[in-house]
Ligand binder design. Structure first.
Ligand code: PHE
Length: 455
């Protein structure tokens, strides 16, 4: 693999653009679709506490690692390692990241496609007047259908394609600046609505009163995987975005802002969903279908339900789109820089690849559902391998790389913008990278894979 030249590289135009784009990547289906059902399945508040612990102790330090790698090298994830450690095998970590991004996008584009269909159904009113069983049946019939979800996936990918082709400033930055404020506005309105429903307190209790007897190794791995997924961590997405950051961006501060806003949105999503779910007497433990079966059912029982349903699915669609563009951009930047393609041909190539993978994932829920590996269909397998294996593994190697291979002086200089900013506790930070993060990730990991049965 060749190192690429760093001249004439695109950058985000403003610090606000940096925040919106990075938060746009972090806040996605992970916060509004995955976080609530993972919380529901893993017992509520105790899971959330461990999740927050993972964000603070591992997530934010590793976001800073990726920011360092990206801005220091001004390159895609593979180029970053080639630049910082030429003639070594470290670039494989970047390559693994690109691969994880492609895998995530396989199922991400499908769920985003479902979201588009639910926006359409909310608009046409076909989500109301159904019994709970009908919601279940219709959703199952829809996602196992061989054509319809694929059509929506293609439409969603076409929008993503259009933004990516428009470039870093005009596409990614501009769309994030419009979509993210809208997202925050909608989610706050929806939370107020949910909190004013009678009987919603049980939902808040489920969210905020921990029952520690529910914690086991599965819950901990789930929380760590969720933290990585939600922060877009461990696969070079933040390396790619930070390669577009200007020299004056405060990297640690931006990482903390992204971590806080991402966790805030996940919590708000919980507040938006659980009181409503409990208020209508429905169990929160349903898996991935939570927002596609349970919620429409809840909405239709509310006054003006179709408006809430429309707002919710628009919210989910925006969240999905700003994250999908970041996933798409990782592979696109890699192809542009390592294979010297123009942005438009690279984008086309990546879009086509991702659409094909999306089709495979979508079909794996229907006509190909008999084909399983380790009991999982391809859709679930992609989710499992990427979130629970490749992302933590990527984070593991990146913390080792920056902690042990990169000289402390170089790291400090980049993180303090050549000494113009203060970084209190730099040594503690470096300790986290060298020892704490790799050991913590390793233990959680091996424990889950059953290799440390004594834990
Ligand atoms: N963070 C995104 C979400 O929460 C998903 C994502 C993962 C995006 C990895 C980019 C990279 O939905």
């Amino acid at each position: 693999m060749k190192e690429h030249s760093t001249k004439e590289r695109a950058t985000f135009g403003s610090k606000l653009g940096v925040i919106f784009a990075s938060v746009g990547s972090a806040v996605g289906l992970g916060n509004i679709w995955r976080f609530p059902y993972e919380t529901g399945q893993h017992g509520g508040a105790a899971f959330i506490l461990i999740y927050i612990g993972c964000v603070l102790a591992l997530g934010i330090p590793l976001v800073i690692v990726e920011f360092y790698l990206g801005r220091r090298s001004k390159a895609n994830p593979v180029g970053a390692f080639l630049f910082l450690a030429p003639k070594t095998k470290w670039y494989l970590v970047g390559l693994m990241g690109v691969l994880s991004g492609i895998m995530i996008m396989g199922f991400y584009s499908v769920v985003s496609g479902w979201t588009c269909d639910y926006i359409y159904q909310s608009l046409t009113g076909s989500l109301s007047g159904k019994s709970p069983e009908m919601f279940q049946q219709d959703f199952t019939a829809f996602c196992t259908n061989p054509y319809k979800p694929i059509l929506w996936t293609i439409i969603f990918m076409a929008v993503t394609h259009f933004i990516i082709v428009s470039g870093v400033k005009k596409g990614i930055e501009r769309s994030s600046k419009i979509m993210m404020p809208l997202l925050f506005f909608i989610i706050i309105v929806m939370c107020v609505r949910s909190l004013t429903l009678p009987g919603g307190e049980k939902g808040l209790e489920f969210l905020f009163r921990p029952d520690f007897s529910k914690i086991n190794s599965n819950v901990i791995l789930g929380a760590m995987g969720q933290a990585f997924f939600s922060l877009s961590l461990g696969m070079g997405c933040l390396i790619t975005y930070s390669s577009y950051f200007g020299a004056n961006v405060n990297l640690p501060k931006t990482a903390i802002t992204v971590g806080i806003l991402d966790t805030l949105v996940a919590t708000l999503a919980g507040i938006m969903i659980f009181p409503a779910v409990f208020s209508f007497g429905i169990s929160p433990t349903q898996g991935p279908e939570l927002v596609f079966i349970t919620l429409p059912n809840v909405f239709q029982s509310m006054p003006l339900g179709y408006i809430w349903s429309l707002l919710f699915f628009i919210l989910l669609g925006i969240a999905a789109l700003t994250s999908a563009i970041s996933l798409h951009e990782v592979t696109t930047a890699f192809v542009i820089e390592q294979y010297k393609l123009t942005r438009s041909s690279a984008t086309l190539f990546v879009t086509i690849t991702l659409v094909i993978l999306g089709m495979i994932c979508s079909l794996s829920l229907g006509v190909w559902s008999k084909f399983t590996i380790g009991g999982m269909n391809i859709f679930d397998l992609f989710d499992f391998i990427s979130a629970k294996i490749l992302l933590p593994l990527g984070g593991f190697w990146m913390s080792i790389f920056v902690g042990w291979v990169i000289p402390a002086k170089d790291l400090k200089s980049e993180l303090t913008n050549k000494g113009t900013l203060k970084f209190y506790g730099f040594n503690i930070y470096r300790f986290i990278l060298r020892y704490f993060a790799p050991i913590a990730i390793g233990l959680i990991f091996f424990n889950e894979l059953g290799m440390l049965s004594f834990l």
